[in-house]
Ligand binder design. Sequence first.
Ligand SMILES: [Zn+2]
Ligand SMILES: [Zn+2]
Length: 239
Amino acid sequence: MKSAVDNWTEATRSWLFPPRCALCGAPGSDGLDLCTECRAELPFNHHCCPRCALPLPEGSGDSICGTCQKRPPLFDRCRAPWRYDYPLNHLIGHLKFRRKLPLARLLGTLLAEHVAASPLLPQLLIPVPLHSARLRERGYNQALELARPVARRLQLPVDTALCSRARPTAAQSELHLNQRRRNIRGAFRVSDRLRATHVAIVDDVVTSGHTVNEMARVLRAAGVERIEVWACARAVRQR
Ligand SMILES: [Zn+2]
Ligand SMILES: [Zn+2]
């Protein structure tokens, strides 16, 4: 449910900045910076592992992927509406590295629409934190910027103080897959103020899953019983 202030803010915004498709420049639809045609062409993650949202070949049914069977993740479920292909990689790249912050509103709103039908919503959203040095360098945390419109749309609180980086780590994207787990191990700490039993970790893209899995490990140790991961896109693991 939207408040009167939200409605007013949205009405003012669309009057000042009429929505324009971030991909083709045509007028946006539904108040979003995306046109109907481009939206219909987004690579929806239809066939995916019900546990970790890994894209699977068509016809795989509802089967859990091989990795989850061998080594189940520490979160309960990952929801990622799209595959990390064009244009998601382009939109997320611009949000993350080119300061295109309005894209967080677009992607966050679409993510919220995807998860809104969940039978049970979490009590709290926890964006994947950046280390303070990385935050200073970038000026914002894209996971938090994505979590804000989700929180607004679903009327859920976001907390950025409950989970923080215990130490700086190399960017996961710059490492080999087999180095990623070691790189992220022990990277997070959780505040003893955490009281929620059901949370959703919010991130832009899940690739190897090691980052969100490590966060789930410390949240679980702090007493959280149900942990979801909400990400805009899920990448196929590179070999
Ligand atoms: Zn378009
Ligand atoms: Zn899986």
